[in-house]
Design a protein. Structure first.
Length: 98
């Protein structure tokens, strides 16, 4: 993890052990579905809906260090963001969450 730069302020990671990317997608979609039911109050009056961009990948045999794995997941996250946000990218396949 020598070159690992960390997560940005609005980003977070969940690491699941013993799960496939498809398993993780189901879990993360359920979390996302609960989140979007809520709104956030801004300036004591405006309500803002929650939208998310998600990247999911499974650890591979050719992931020789954490940075290799993290970069792929981060690339998937940015694929979701380029898809007008509120999207999920699982192993390179992008889908809207609307």
């Amino acid at each position: 993890m020598d070159n690992y730069s960390g997560l940005a302020g609005e980003e977070f990671a969940i690491i699941f052990r013993g799960r496939t990317a498809d398993d993780c997608e189901k879990i993360v979609r359920a979390i996302r579905d609960d989140l979007v039911k809520e709104t956030i109050r801004v300036n004591n009056h405006d309500r803002v809906g929650i939208k998310v961009s998600i990247g999911i990948s499974q650890l591979r045999d050719d992931d020789f260090d954490f940075q290799t794995f993290y970069k792929r997941v981060d690339d998937y996250l940015y694929q979701s963001k380029r898809n007008k946000r509120n999207s999920i990218t699982v192993e390179g396949k992008v889908a809207s969450l609307n």
